[in-house]
Design a protein around this ligand. Structure first.
Ligand SMILES: [Zn+2]
Length: 140
């Protein structure tokens, strides 16, 4: 919305998820008090001391290639699941619907990630053995 407001000054550029800040990419992902709760919930266990909710700091974290295949898959999948969920909630508000409470969204997205990891295990791909247990242990 920060980009739309450049050419349409009448548009409300406030973030509908928190109603507290202008909506920009960096705010939505994950400077916002709503979206940062989801990102922290899903990523903190994997990132620990390198955890960040700042977009430009997250990008290099996702590109690390020294953490193993399971770690890389989990953090990247968690990231894209967060992006998708936040963008969907953001669009629901734009269309007059209410956002899902973040406590419920956390559970829904975590469940979708578990389902994906369970599916991945069934493919028996090299380096991905026990990825579901890896996910649980990282986040416990
Ligand atoms: Zn916000």
């Amino acid at each position: 919305m920060d980009r739309v407001s450049v050419w349409d000054h009448n548009v409300d550029a406030t973030c509908g998820l928190c109603n507290a800040s202008p909506e920009s990419r960096n705010h939505l992902f994950f400077g916002c008090s709503y979206s940062s709760q989801l990102w922290e919930y899903l990523s903190y266990g994997l990132l620990r001391s390198s955890y960040s909710n700042d977009w430009s700091s997250i990008m290099p974290l996702l590109c690390q290639d020294d953490k193993g295949r399971k770690w890389s898959f989990c953090i990247r999948y968690a990231f894209q699941a967060c992006l998708y969920a936040i963008w969907r909630e953001r669009n629901k508000i734009k269309h007059g619907e209410r956002a899902t409470p973040v406590t419920i969204l956390k559970k829904l997205v975590a469940k979708s990630i578990r389902n994906k990891l369970s599916l991945i295990e069934n493919y028996r791909r090299k380096g991905m053995e026990g990825v579901l247990i890896f996910w649980f242990e990282a986040r416990s």
